[in-house]
Design a protein around this ligand. Sequence first.
Ligand code: PMP
Ligand code: GLN
Length: 378
Amino acid sequence: IKSKLPDVGTTIFTVMSALATEHKAVNLGQGFPDFPMSAELTELVNEAMRNGFNQYSPMPGWMPLREAIAEKIEFLYNTRVNPYTEITITPGGTYAIYTALTAVLQPGDEVIVFEPGYDSYIPNIIVNGAVPVRINLQFPEYKINWEEVRQKITPKTRVLLLNSPHNPTGAVLGEEDIQQLRNLVQQTNIIIVSDEVYEHIIFDNIKHQSILRYPDLAQRSFVCFSFGKVYHCTGWKLGYCVAPDAFTREFRKVHQFNCFSCHTPSQVAIATFLRNKDSYLTLAPFLQKKRDYFLQLMKNTRFTMLDSKGSYFICAQYDRISDESDKDFAIRITREFGVAVIPVSAFYLNGTDNKVVRFCFGKKEETLALAAERLSRI
Ligand code: PMP
Ligand code: GLN
């Protein structure tokens, strides 16, 4: 068959996790926690199954869950979204982003996308026959150069894809970024796809600049979220997309013929669990403590740690250790030192020369300590 994605191989997360298993390495590569999720939420999902919630849920999602999400959004972002017409439950955040792009992109449309960026974005654009227009975030703070964005906008620009807090860098958008974004899109019909799966994981009392806070931006946006990240259950693959009703109608046209509806028991369980605000408000302090602990430990290594203001990722330069490419370096330290990391070039279509790797610190303290001890020997 003629490949629709001729340049795409196996994702780096699969590659590095397999290598980690093979070499019994500590896995700070793929982003998932190694500690248990909430026992209460586990019990709620069991209870849902025992109570017979085991059949298809409605195509847009379990209604009490959509209502609980709308309440959370109102509490956090001071805006009321309609749970009937503006929220769709999806099997994960990646799927929500893919569905939003598929719903709006026509062949030849251009999508502005930042690099480094989550590795699903560009293949999602290409498989839809659209064209990724890539812009580098400014190293080492990984900030957006808005003037460059302005220059790259053309009459074909259909979508601008944002991600804050950002994977892999932990950079976050500030109020000044939002102002720039507003000025840029004002006179255009550009649609924003905003990946906010790390909305609750933001540190140092910084306020998450959700697109949902800004009605003028929200009315042109698909905003995508993931419960896997919030409740330490990445394997549940549950998320949602918030978009104005006209956008949501198009989103659901694609969604209904793809997976139709999502796993019912976990929706029933989260509908109850989400009503406890602490279930998500405690996440930032919990992970900030881990970030700070990891930073402290990494002082004993020759890595130069970069800033992480959100997400559960932190990047580091290794140029004081080696001049290998980041892929070679990541593979070698997994094999020889027993710590798996992600080479940041994997988040660029054509790689990058910056000698940077990504660590996931959403792990048990003992895991972080063991990894740092091994890394101090490099
Ligand atoms: N976006 C980003 C930036 C991510 O890091 C992830 C990672 N897991 C996702 C989307 C997707 O989340 P999910 O597992 O819910 O598909
Ligand atoms: N989001 C996770 C990461 O960046 C992994 C997702 C995946 O394996 N596709 O590590």
